[in-house]
Each structure stands twice: as C-alpha cells, then as structure tokens.
Design a binder for this molecule. Structure first.
Ligand SMILES: [Zn+2]
Ligand SMILES: [Zn+2]
Length: 345
C-alpha cells in the first residue's frame, strides 16, 4: 500500500514524539494491521527512561498491548482481511532449542514488537501472519488490547503452578497484579489476597474478586499476614519492588512457591539464600505471555478476567504525551491508559 502514517516514535531515551512515518509494507509472511487500540504500559517507561538497554532498539515505535484490524494479508491467509485481531509480539527463530522446546520467550534471536521492532502506537503495524489471533465473537477490541498483560499474568500463574485449593498472596495491585489475582481465582485458588499500599487499588481488587486484602500502608507484609492469620502457599510478586521480592521469600510457607512477574531494572534485593534452601522454596520467573494468548482471550471473553474495568482513561493518538503523564503518576485513579487509534466494526 505504501504511504504515510502517524506514529509515536521514541528516538532515544526521553526523545518521544508523534511523527509522520512511512507506512510499513508487509513481507510475504506478514499482515498489515490497522491499529485500533494500544495501551500505555509501565514497561514503556523503562524504554522511555533508558533503563531497559538490553531490550530496546532505538528508534522504535512504542506499544505492545494492542488490537487491530487486518487490512492486507498474504494469499494463504486471505481470510484474515477485515478481521479484528491481536497477535503474539514475539518474533522468534523457530528452530533453536528454546523455540522447539516450547519456550520461544527464551529464544536468543528474539525480537519483540514495541521493544526491538516497531510497535502499536501508530496507525499501522506489520506482524507475522502466523502470530495472529482472531478475536472470539463478542469480545470488544478495546478489552482485547489487554490480552498481552492478561497473558503475562496467565503464564506466570502457570509457572507458579497455582491451582485448586491454593492460598495465594499477590503483591502489588497494578495491572499485572490485578490480572494475576483474577487468573489465580480462575485457576481454582481457594483464597487470593491482594496486597498494596493504595486504598483505591485494594478497593478495586475487592470489586474484581480478591477474597482478602492486605493493606501495606498500615504495616509490613509480615504484620499484615500475622493479622490475617495466613501463611501463603504461593506469593505472586507483581510489584517490581525488590524489597517486596525479599519479603516474599521470607513470608511464603515452607515448601511454597514464589512467582516473579515484576521487573526490577538493575535494582538488587537483599535475601538470605538459606531461607530458600532450608525452607525448600521454589522461585519461578516468567516473562512474556508464553503459550497463553488463546487462553487469555478466552478468559477476557467469558468474563472470568475483567479487563475493561481497568481501562480508566482513553485518549486519541495525538494526546500520547498526556496519556503517559497520567499513566506514570496514576493521576485521577488511572490504572490502564489506552490510546484509541482507528478502525471500525
Ligand atoms: Zn506491557
Ligand atoms: Zn529460537
């Protein structure tokens, strides 16, 4: 098709602007997508601030949580044209041991939309036709734009083997923490406690189905757990605070699991490794919505995960700076801030 489009280009740390850019031209294995919705994510701040140097490839169009409509597809995928979709952001080699072993998130030759390949804060993007997922009928493209973080929560929950009867504590009530809480409930956990410092986030967690709340503005996690008289089987660390990670190691029950979904940049945590050894703990990292896209869409579509309620603010593309400002500071109770870019039903 060729032509010009508008996109939010990050030329380097702190150098982000709306620009007129060439519209991408799909290769024979790619689709051209008209972006409908694209969310601001806390990870974007690491790219904007330059604190994710290993993953970032500047200049880059930001955005990795999105939905769109296919406008051009290769002949063997012609049925995709006109469909509302999401797509796996990972572009992997497909032949290395990690890829073949079902862990493409560990491919050493991996690229990712919004990090090292142009992402979704633009009118158009190109992505691999084989990565595309057509939205289940009835699922709104706005809610579907959050399939990526729901998939992150789902993969992390699977890694930590959360299941029937588990007593789980989720640290942090940001988007990933709130999705993780909902996914743990869907996985059959008997109790899912949400911990945070912010009363309004705890209130939201309760509305979304948390079975208990731990208010960390009143005291430490140890104190909150003592007061609630619980010893968690699993702690899901979603706050990205290294101190919370250290607390999780201390407070999970002997033989318990700690799921690590937060990103800590280069920050260090002070832990006593003997706590892991003497207490038979498992610490399980997880990155990307690995193998979780279809289930994430299904969870949003059938309402077991409420994604739309987290979208507190929506802006057109040209107001991206305001959107990021509000997202960064949580202004006006902001949880997820969405850019509404284009497309129609
Ligand atoms: Zn994200
Ligand atoms: Zn690979």
């Amino acid at each position: 098709m060729g032509g010009i489009m508008r996109g939010v280009l990050l030329r380097g740390p702190q150098r982000m602007s709306l620009e007129e850019l060439p519209r991408p031209v799909p290769r024979s294995d790619q689709v051209l997508v008209r972006v409908r919705y694209s969310a601001c994510c806390a990870t974007d701040f690491d790219l904007i601030d330059g604190t994710m140097p290993d993953q970032a490839k500047y200049p880059i169009i930001l955005g990795h949580e999105w939905s769109g409509q296919v406008v051009e597809a290769p002949p063997e995928h012609a049925a995709l044209v006109g469909k509302n979709i999401v797509a796996d952001n990972l572009v992997t080699c497909g032949i290395c041991p990690a890829c073949v072993g079902g862990r493409p998130n560990l491919c050493r030759r991996m690229d990712e939309l919004g990090f090292s390949l142009n992402g979704s804060h633009a009118e158009y993007l190109v992505t691999l036709a084989r990565s595309v997922r057509v939205l289940p009928s009835g699922l709104s493209p706005k809610a579907a734009a959050l399939a990526e973080p729901v998939g992150v929560a789902l993969y992390g929950t699977r890694r930590a083997r959360v299941g029937l009867g588990d007593r789980v504590v989720v640290l942090g009530a940001g988007p990933i923490g709130l999705f993780t809480m909902q996914v743990c409930r869907a996985a059959g956990a008997a109790e899912v406690w949400q911990a945070d410092l912010r009363p309004e986030r705890l209130e939201l967690a309760q509305r979304l189905g948390a079975t208990g709340l731990l208010d960390l503005s009143k005291g430490s996690l140890a104190e909150a757990l003592a007061e609630a008289k619980i010893e968690p089987d699993v702690i899901m660390e979603c706050s990205g605070n290294p101190k919370a990670f250290a607390q999780a190691i201390k407070m999970v029950r002997p033989g318990g699991r700690v799921g690590v979904l937060g990103y800590y940049g280069d920050e260090l945590a002070e832990i006593r490794p003997s706590d892991i050894m003497m207490r038979d703990l498992e610490v399980l990292g997880s990155v990307c919505p690995t193998g979780a896209w279809d289930a994430a869409l299904a969870l949003i579509a059938d309402g077991r995960v409420n994604a739309e309620v987290l979208i507190t603010h929506t802006f057109p593309l040209e107001r991206f700076a305001e959107a990021y400002e509000i997202a960064r500071h949580g202004t006006g109770g902001a949880v997820k801030v969405m850019l509404e870019i284009g497309g129609t039903d």
